[in-house]
Design a binder for this molecule. Structure first.
Ligand SMILES: Nc1ncnc2c1ncn2[C@@H]1O[C@H](COP(=O)(O)OP(=O)(O)OP(=O)(O)O)[C@@H](O)[C@H]1O
Ligand SMILES: [Mg+2]
Length: 402
Protein backbone atom coordinates (compact mmCIF):
# COMPACT_ATOMS: atom_id res chain seq x y z
CA UNK A 1 0.00 0.00 0.00
CA UNK A 2 1.39 3.40 -0.96
CA UNK A 3 0.33 5.40 2.05
CA UNK A 4 3.28 7.72 2.47
CA UNK A 5 2.76 11.10 0.84
CA UNK A 6 5.58 12.79 -1.06
CA UNK A 7 8.66 13.99 0.80
CA UNK A 8 7.28 17.40 1.72
CA UNK A 9 5.21 16.04 4.59
CA UNK A 10 6.78 15.12 7.91
CA UNK A 11 6.67 11.63 9.44
CA UNK A 12 3.97 12.84 11.83
CA UNK A 13 1.66 13.79 8.98
CA UNK A 14 1.13 10.18 7.85
CA UNK A 15 0.47 8.57 11.25
CA UNK A 16 -2.81 6.92 12.07
CA UNK A 17 -3.85 7.72 15.61
CA UNK A 18 -5.86 4.99 17.33
CA UNK A 19 -8.23 5.64 20.23
CA UNK A 20 -9.89 2.39 21.36
CA UNK A 21 -9.22 2.23 25.11
CA UNK A 22 -11.63 -0.55 26.05
CA UNK A 23 -11.37 -4.16 24.90
CA UNK A 24 -8.73 -5.48 22.52
CA UNK A 25 -9.61 -3.41 19.40
CA UNK A 26 -6.78 -0.88 19.89
CA UNK A 27 -4.06 -3.53 20.21
CA UNK A 28 -5.41 -5.64 17.36
CA UNK A 29 -5.60 -2.66 14.97
CA UNK A 30 -2.16 -1.34 16.00
CA UNK A 31 -0.68 -4.83 15.51
CA UNK A 32 -2.27 -5.14 12.06
CA UNK A 33 -0.99 -1.74 10.92
CA UNK A 34 2.50 -2.32 12.34
CA UNK A 35 2.76 -5.65 10.50
CA UNK A 36 2.03 -3.76 7.27
CA UNK A 37 4.52 -0.98 8.19
CA UNK A 38 1.75 1.62 8.39
CA UNK A 39 2.84 4.24 10.95
CA UNK A 40 0.42 4.38 13.86
CA UNK A 41 0.20 5.60 17.43
CA UNK A 42 -2.20 4.46 20.17
CA UNK A 43 -3.59 6.98 22.65
CA UNK A 44 -5.49 6.30 25.89
CA UNK A 45 -7.94 9.23 25.88
CA UNK A 46 -9.62 11.89 23.71
CA UNK A 47 -7.40 14.70 25.02
CA UNK A 48 -4.30 12.83 23.83
CA UNK A 49 -6.02 12.16 20.51
CA UNK A 50 -6.60 15.91 20.04
CA UNK A 51 -2.98 16.67 21.01
CA UNK A 52 -1.63 14.10 18.52
CA UNK A 53 -3.87 15.35 15.69
CA UNK A 54 -2.60 18.86 16.38
CA UNK A 55 1.01 17.57 16.09
CA UNK A 56 0.19 16.13 12.66
CA UNK A 57 -1.66 12.99 11.59
CA UNK A 58 -3.01 11.33 8.48
CA UNK A 59 -6.19 9.85 9.98
CA UNK A 60 -7.67 8.62 13.24
CA UNK A 61 -9.44 5.38 14.13
CA UNK A 62 -11.76 5.82 17.10
CA UNK A 63 -14.09 3.33 18.79
CA UNK A 64 -17.59 4.62 19.39
CA UNK A 65 -17.50 4.01 23.15
CA UNK A 66 -14.51 6.39 23.46
CA UNK A 67 -16.47 9.14 21.74
CA UNK A 68 -18.26 10.60 24.76
CA UNK A 69 -19.95 14.01 24.60
CA UNK A 70 -16.83 15.53 26.18
CA UNK A 71 -14.58 13.83 23.63
CA UNK A 72 -16.80 15.07 20.78
CA UNK A 73 -16.59 18.61 22.15
CA UNK A 74 -12.78 18.45 22.38
CA UNK A 75 -12.48 16.97 18.87
CA UNK A 76 -14.89 19.53 17.39
CA UNK A 77 -12.53 22.23 18.69
CA UNK A 78 -9.64 20.65 16.78
CA UNK A 79 -11.76 20.26 13.63
CA UNK A 80 -12.93 23.89 13.81
CA UNK A 81 -9.36 25.15 14.08
CA UNK A 82 -8.21 23.28 10.97
CA UNK A 83 -6.53 25.40 8.28
CA UNK A 84 -8.62 25.92 5.11
CA UNK A 85 -6.85 23.10 3.22
CA UNK A 86 -7.53 20.48 5.91
CA UNK A 87 -10.50 18.10 6.32
CA UNK A 88 -9.17 15.59 8.86
CA UNK A 89 -10.51 12.01 8.28
CA UNK A 90 -11.86 10.07 11.23
CA UNK A 91 -12.79 6.36 11.03
CA UNK A 92 -15.39 5.54 13.65
CA UNK A 93 -15.85 1.91 14.75
CA UNK A 94 -19.53 1.65 15.64
CA UNK A 95 -21.50 -0.94 17.50
CA UNK A 96 -23.82 -2.66 15.06
CA UNK A 97 -27.53 -2.72 15.58
CA UNK A 98 -30.70 -0.84 14.92
CA UNK A 99 -31.26 2.88 14.83
CA UNK A 100 -32.32 3.84 18.35
CA UNK A 101 -33.00 7.28 19.86
CA UNK A 102 -29.57 7.02 21.52
CA UNK A 103 -27.76 6.14 18.25
CA UNK A 104 -29.59 9.01 16.52
CA UNK A 105 -28.59 11.41 19.34
CA UNK A 106 -24.95 10.36 18.91
CA UNK A 107 -25.17 10.80 15.15
CA UNK A 108 -26.35 14.38 15.64
CA UNK A 109 -23.61 14.99 18.21
CA UNK A 110 -20.94 13.73 15.78
CA UNK A 111 -21.93 16.10 12.97
CA UNK A 112 -19.35 18.79 13.83
CA UNK A 113 -16.57 16.22 13.38
CA UNK A 114 -16.94 16.54 9.62
CA UNK A 115 -15.08 13.94 7.59
CA UNK A 116 -16.24 10.68 9.28
CA UNK A 117 -16.18 7.11 7.94
CA UNK A 118 -18.42 4.69 9.86
CA UNK A 119 -17.39 1.03 10.10
CA UNK A 120 -19.67 -1.42 11.85
CA UNK A 121 -18.05 -4.02 14.10
CA UNK A 122 -17.07 -6.80 13.77
CA UNK A 123 -14.86 -5.47 10.98
CA UNK A 124 -12.93 -7.53 8.50
CA UNK A 125 -9.25 -6.44 8.36
CA UNK A 126 -9.55 -5.85 4.56
CA UNK A 127 -12.46 -3.47 5.08
CA UNK A 128 -10.57 -1.52 7.73
CA UNK A 129 -7.41 -1.35 5.62
CA UNK A 130 -9.14 -0.24 2.43
CA UNK A 131 -11.11 2.43 4.34
CA UNK A 132 -7.88 3.65 6.00
CA UNK A 133 -6.09 3.68 2.66
CA UNK A 134 -8.93 5.72 1.16
CA UNK A 135 -8.82 8.17 4.10
CA UNK A 136 -5.03 8.55 3.92
CA UNK A 137 -5.14 9.10 0.17
CA UNK A 138 -7.62 11.92 0.70
CA UNK A 139 -5.35 13.32 3.39
CA UNK A 140 -2.41 13.12 0.97
CA UNK A 141 -4.38 15.27 -1.52
CA UNK A 142 -5.00 17.77 1.28
CA UNK A 143 -1.23 17.95 1.93
CA UNK A 144 -0.66 18.57 -1.79
CA UNK A 145 -3.13 21.47 -1.64
CA UNK A 146 -1.34 22.76 1.49
CA UNK A 147 2.03 22.63 -0.32
CA UNK A 148 0.58 24.40 -3.37
CA UNK A 149 -0.93 27.09 -1.17
CA UNK A 150 2.46 27.59 0.52
CA UNK A 151 4.20 27.78 -2.86
CA UNK A 152 1.60 30.27 -4.07
CA UNK A 153 2.07 32.42 -0.98
CA UNK A 154 5.88 32.31 -1.39
CA UNK A 155 5.51 33.29 -5.07
CA UNK A 156 3.24 36.18 -4.05
CA UNK A 157 5.86 37.36 -1.53
CA UNK A 158 8.54 37.22 -4.24
CA UNK A 159 6.30 39.17 -6.62
CA UNK A 160 5.63 41.78 -3.95
CA UNK A 161 9.37 42.19 -3.35
CA UNK A 162 10.10 42.41 -7.07
CA UNK A 163 7.43 45.09 -7.55
CA UNK A 164 8.96 47.06 -4.66
CA UNK A 165 12.32 46.84 -6.41
CA UNK A 166 10.71 47.85 -9.71
CA UNK A 167 9.17 50.95 -8.09
CA UNK A 168 12.57 51.77 -6.56
CA UNK A 169 14.21 51.24 -9.95
CA UNK A 170 11.69 53.49 -11.71
CA UNK A 171 12.15 56.18 -9.06
CA UNK A 172 15.97 55.83 -9.30
CA UNK A 173 15.74 56.49 -13.06
CA UNK A 174 13.58 59.57 -12.35
CA UNK A 175 16.08 60.75 -9.72
CA UNK A 176 19.04 60.43 -12.14
CA UNK A 177 17.04 62.31 -14.75
CA UNK A 178 15.97 65.02 -12.29
CA UNK A 179 19.55 65.58 -11.08
CA UNK A 180 20.92 65.62 -14.59
CA UNK A 181 18.81 68.62 -15.67
CA UNK A 182 20.07 71.11 -13.03
CA UNK A 183 23.64 69.79 -13.38
CA UNK A 184 23.55 70.51 -17.10
CA UNK A 185 22.26 73.99 -16.32
CA UNK A 186 25.12 74.58 -13.84
CA UNK A 187 27.69 73.39 -16.43
CA UNK A 188 26.27 75.89 -18.94
CA UNK A 189 26.24 78.70 -16.37
CA UNK A 190 29.90 78.01 -15.45
CA UNK A 191 30.80 78.18 -19.14
CA UNK A 192 29.01 81.55 -19.45
CA UNK A 193 30.74 82.81 -16.29
CA UNK A 194 34.16 82.01 -17.70
CA UNK A 195 33.56 84.25 -20.73
CA UNK A 196 31.54 86.95 -18.91
CA UNK A 197 33.11 90.38 -18.23
CA UNK A 198 30.10 92.21 -16.80
CA UNK A 199 30.03 91.75 -12.95
CA UNK A 200 26.20 92.24 -12.82
CA UNK A 201 25.64 89.53 -15.39
CA UNK A 202 28.12 87.26 -13.60
CA UNK A 203 26.17 87.77 -10.36
CA UNK A 204 22.95 86.69 -12.11
CA UNK A 205 24.64 83.53 -13.45
CA UNK A 206 25.85 82.72 -9.93
CA UNK A 207 22.34 83.20 -8.49
CA UNK A 208 20.91 80.90 -11.17
CA UNK A 209 23.58 78.28 -10.44
CA UNK A 210 22.72 78.56 -6.73
CA UNK A 211 19.05 77.85 -7.49
CA UNK A 212 19.88 74.86 -9.68
CA UNK A 213 22.16 73.41 -7.00
CA UNK A 214 19.43 73.97 -4.39
CA UNK A 215 17.18 71.82 -6.58
CA UNK A 216 19.79 69.04 -6.67
CA UNK A 217 20.05 69.29 -2.87
CA UNK A 218 16.23 69.03 -2.57
CA UNK A 219 16.13 65.90 -4.75
CA UNK A 220 18.99 64.34 -2.74
CA UNK A 221 17.15 65.17 0.50
CA UNK A 222 13.89 63.58 -0.71
CA UNK A 223 15.72 60.50 -1.96
CA UNK A 224 17.67 60.01 1.27
CA UNK A 225 14.45 60.34 3.23
CA UNK A 226 12.98 57.65 1.07
CA UNK A 227 15.73 55.17 1.93
CA UNK A 228 16.02 56.11 5.60
CA UNK A 229 12.40 55.98 6.56
CA UNK A 230 11.23 53.02 8.66
CA UNK A 231 9.34 50.04 7.30
CA UNK A 232 6.87 49.94 10.18
CA UNK A 233 3.82 52.19 10.60
CA UNK A 234 4.56 55.67 11.95
CA UNK A 235 2.68 58.99 11.87
CA UNK A 236 2.91 59.92 8.20
CA UNK A 237 1.88 63.20 6.64
CA UNK A 238 0.00 62.45 3.43
CA UNK A 239 0.89 65.82 1.87
CA UNK A 240 4.60 65.42 2.45
CA UNK A 241 4.68 61.91 0.89
CA UNK A 242 2.68 63.20 -2.08
CA UNK A 243 5.12 66.08 -2.65
CA UNK A 244 8.13 63.77 -2.44
CA UNK A 245 6.65 61.62 -5.24
CA UNK A 246 5.83 64.62 -7.42
CA UNK A 247 9.39 66.00 -7.08
CA UNK A 248 10.68 62.76 -8.56
CA UNK A 249 8.07 62.59 -11.34
CA UNK A 250 8.53 66.23 -12.34
CA UNK A 251 10.48 65.68 -15.53
CA UNK A 252 8.14 62.90 -16.73
CA UNK A 253 5.23 65.27 -16.14
CA UNK A 254 6.97 68.06 -18.08
CA UNK A 255 7.97 65.70 -20.91
CA UNK A 256 4.36 64.48 -21.24
CA UNK A 257 2.97 68.06 -21.07
CA UNK A 258 0.86 67.22 -18.04
CA UNK A 259 -0.42 70.14 -15.97
CA UNK A 260 -0.55 69.34 -12.27
CA UNK A 261 -3.25 70.84 -10.10
CA UNK A 262 -2.88 70.29 -6.36
CA UNK A 263 -5.89 70.86 -4.14
CA UNK A 264 -4.57 70.36 -0.66
CA UNK A 265 -7.34 71.00 1.86
CA UNK A 266 -5.72 69.09 4.70
CA UNK A 267 -1.99 69.20 3.99
CA UNK A 268 -0.92 68.30 7.50
CA UNK A 269 -3.40 65.41 7.85
CA UNK A 270 -1.56 62.44 9.29
CA UNK A 271 -2.19 58.70 9.00
CA UNK A 272 -0.57 55.70 10.68
CA UNK A 273 1.36 53.97 7.92
CA UNK A 274 4.79 53.08 6.69
CA UNK A 275 5.67 56.14 4.53
CA UNK A 276 7.25 53.77 1.99
CA UNK A 277 3.93 51.95 1.51
CA UNK A 278 1.98 55.17 1.00
CA UNK A 279 4.68 56.37 -1.40
CA UNK A 280 4.45 53.11 -3.36
CA UNK A 281 0.67 53.54 -3.69
CA UNK A 282 0.95 57.18 -4.84
CA UNK A 283 3.89 56.43 -7.17
CA UNK A 284 1.97 53.57 -8.84
CA UNK A 285 -1.23 55.57 -9.37
CA UNK A 286 0.57 58.73 -10.54
CA UNK A 287 2.87 56.63 -12.78
CA UNK A 288 -0.18 55.01 -14.42
CA UNK A 289 -1.85 58.41 -14.84
CA UNK A 290 1.21 59.80 -16.66
CA UNK A 291 1.32 56.67 -18.86
CA UNK A 292 -2.34 57.28 -19.76
CA UNK A 293 -1.65 60.92 -20.79
CA UNK A 294 1.05 60.42 -23.41
CA UNK A 295 -0.29 63.38 -25.42
CA UNK A 296 -0.67 65.76 -22.51
CA UNK A 297 -3.46 66.31 -20.03
CA UNK A 298 -4.27 67.37 -16.50
CA UNK A 299 -3.42 65.59 -13.26
CA UNK A 300 -5.58 66.75 -10.36
CA UNK A 301 -4.56 65.63 -6.90
CA UNK A 302 -6.60 66.47 -3.84
CA UNK A 303 -6.08 65.77 -0.15
CA UNK A 304 -9.17 66.34 1.94
CA UNK A 305 -10.81 64.98 5.05
CA UNK A 306 -14.21 63.38 5.54
CA UNK A 307 -16.15 61.46 8.17
CA UNK A 308 -17.37 57.92 7.64
CA UNK A 309 -20.71 56.48 8.80
CA UNK A 310 -19.22 55.50 12.16
CA UNK A 311 -18.22 59.14 12.72
CA UNK A 312 -14.48 58.46 12.27
CA UNK A 313 -12.33 61.07 10.58
CA UNK A 314 -10.70 59.89 7.35
CA UNK A 315 -8.17 61.39 4.97
CA UNK A 316 -9.17 61.19 1.33
CA UNK A 317 -6.54 61.23 -1.40
CA UNK A 318 -7.96 61.69 -4.90
CA UNK A 319 -5.81 61.35 -8.00
CA UNK A 320 -7.63 62.18 -11.24
CA UNK A 321 -6.23 62.21 -14.75
CA UNK A 322 -7.60 63.14 -18.15
CA UNK A 323 -5.89 60.20 -19.84
CA UNK A 324 -7.19 57.41 -22.04
CA UNK A 325 -9.37 55.84 -19.31
CA UNK A 326 -9.44 52.17 -18.34
CA UNK A 327 -11.34 50.00 -20.86
CA UNK A 328 -14.58 48.71 -19.31
CA UNK A 329 -13.59 45.06 -19.86
CA UNK A 330 -10.36 45.61 -17.90
CA UNK A 331 -11.88 47.43 -14.90
CA UNK A 332 -12.93 44.39 -12.82
CA UNK A 333 -9.41 42.92 -13.03
CA UNK A 334 -7.05 45.89 -12.64
CA UNK A 335 -6.15 44.91 -9.06
CA UNK A 336 -5.20 41.36 -10.11
CA UNK A 337 -1.56 40.47 -10.82
CA UNK A 338 -0.17 40.53 -14.39
CA UNK A 339 -3.04 42.58 -15.82
CA UNK A 340 -1.42 45.08 -18.16
CA UNK A 341 -2.05 46.76 -21.48
CA UNK A 342 1.54 48.01 -21.70
CA UNK A 343 3.15 44.95 -23.28
CA UNK A 344 6.87 44.70 -22.54
CA UNK A 345 6.99 47.96 -20.58
CA UNK A 346 4.45 46.96 -17.89
CA UNK A 347 4.48 44.07 -15.45
CA UNK A 348 0.85 44.46 -14.39
CA UNK A 349 1.90 44.31 -10.74
CA UNK A 350 1.59 48.02 -9.84
CA UNK A 351 -2.11 48.05 -8.98
CA UNK A 352 -2.01 44.53 -7.52
CA UNK A 353 0.57 45.68 -4.94
CA UNK A 354 -1.35 48.94 -4.48
CA UNK A 355 -4.52 46.96 -3.72
CA UNK A 356 -2.65 44.71 -1.27
CA UNK A 357 -1.20 47.69 0.61
CA UNK A 358 -4.63 49.34 0.74
CA UNK A 359 -6.26 46.16 2.04
CA UNK A 360 -3.52 45.51 4.62
CA UNK A 361 -3.77 49.03 6.02
CA UNK A 362 -7.58 48.94 6.20
CA UNK A 363 -7.92 51.77 3.66
CA UNK A 364 -10.53 51.77 0.91
CA UNK A 365 -10.18 52.56 -2.77
CA UNK A 366 -12.71 53.64 -5.39
CA UNK A 367 -11.97 53.80 -9.09
CA UNK A 368 -14.02 55.62 -11.68
CA UNK A 369 -13.04 55.71 -15.33
CA UNK A 370 -14.40 56.83 -18.69
CA UNK A 371 -13.17 56.04 -22.14
CA UNK A 372 -15.53 58.34 -24.12
CA UNK A 373 -13.70 60.15 -26.94
CA UNK A 374 -14.96 63.60 -25.84
CA UNK A 375 -14.14 63.17 -22.13
CA UNK A 376 -11.96 60.34 -20.91
CA UNK A 377 -10.05 59.91 -17.69
CA UNK A 378 -9.65 58.01 -14.46
CA UNK A 379 -10.13 58.89 -10.80
CA UNK A 380 -8.61 56.90 -7.92
CA UNK A 381 -9.93 57.86 -4.51
CA UNK A 382 -8.34 56.37 -1.39
CA UNK A 383 -9.61 56.93 2.14
CA UNK A 384 -7.45 56.27 5.18
CA UNK A 385 -8.02 56.46 8.94
CA UNK A 386 -6.82 59.85 10.18
CA UNK A 387 -4.51 60.24 13.18
CA UNK A 388 -4.66 63.95 14.00
CA UNK A 389 -8.39 64.48 13.86
CA UNK A 390 -7.89 68.04 15.14
CA UNK A 391 -6.66 69.14 11.69
CA UNK A 392 -9.15 71.51 10.17
CA UNK A 393 -10.02 71.12 6.53
CA UNK A 394 -8.67 74.53 5.65
CA UNK A 395 -8.23 75.30 1.98
CA UNK A 396 -4.63 75.46 0.88
CA UNK A 397 -5.19 75.33 -2.83
CA UNK A 398 -2.11 75.23 -4.99
CA UNK A 399 -1.92 75.20 -8.70
CA UNK A 400 1.22 74.06 -10.40
CA UNK A 401 1.27 73.93 -14.15
CA UNK A 402 4.19 71.91 -15.34
N1 LIG B 1 -4.95 55.94 -14.79
C1 LIG B 1 -5.09 54.97 -15.69
N2 LIG B 1 -5.56 55.25 -16.94
C2 LIG B 1 -5.72 54.27 -17.86
N3 LIG B 1 -5.45 52.97 -17.64
C3 LIG B 1 -4.97 52.63 -16.42
C4 LIG B 1 -4.77 53.60 -15.40
N4 LIG B 1 -4.32 52.95 -14.29
C5 LIG B 1 -4.23 51.64 -14.63
N5 LIG B 1 -4.62 51.45 -15.90
C6 LIG B 1 -4.69 50.16 -16.61
O1 LIG B 1 -4.53 49.11 -15.67
C7 LIG B 1 -3.46 48.25 -16.05
C8 LIG B 1 -2.81 47.70 -14.81
O2 LIG B 1 -2.07 48.70 -14.13
P1 LIG B 1 -0.82 48.29 -13.25
O3 LIG B 1 -0.26 49.51 -12.65
O4 LIG B 1 -1.22 47.19 -12.34
O5 LIG B 1 0.18 47.65 -14.30
P2 LIG B 1 1.05 48.38 -15.41
O6 LIG B 1 1.05 49.86 -15.19
O7 LIG B 1 0.55 47.92 -16.73
O8 LIG B 1 2.47 47.78 -15.15
P3 LIG B 1 3.46 48.16 -13.94
O9 LIG B 1 2.78 49.12 -13.05
O10 LIG B 1 3.72 46.87 -13.26
O11 LIG B 1 4.64 48.70 -14.63
C9 LIG B 1 -2.56 49.12 -16.90
O12 LIG B 1 -1.80 48.34 -17.82
C10 LIG B 1 -3.57 50.02 -17.62
O13 LIG B 1 -4.10 49.38 -18.74
MG1 LIG C 1 1.50 50.68 -13.27
Amino acid sequence: MALLPDGKSTAHDVRTIILAPTGKDGFLIAGLLERLSIPCHQVPCADDLCAEIARGAGAAIVSEEALTSQAIEALSGVVEQQPPWSDFPLILLTVGGQVTPESERLRQLRRPLGNIFLLERPIRPETLLSTLEFALRGRQRQYQIRDQMQQYSRAQDALRRSEKLAVTGRLAASIAHEINNPLEAVTNLLYLLRTCTDPKEARRYLDDADQELARVAEIAKQTLRFYREPNHPIDTEVGSVLRSVLVLYNSRLVAASVAVQLEIFAGSATILSSPGELRQVVANIVGNAIDAMRHGGRLRIRISTCTNRAGERRVRLTIADTGSGIPESLRPTIFEPFVTTKGETGTGLGLWVTGEIIRRNGWTVQVRSRCAPEASGTVFSITMAMRNSAVASRPERQRAVA
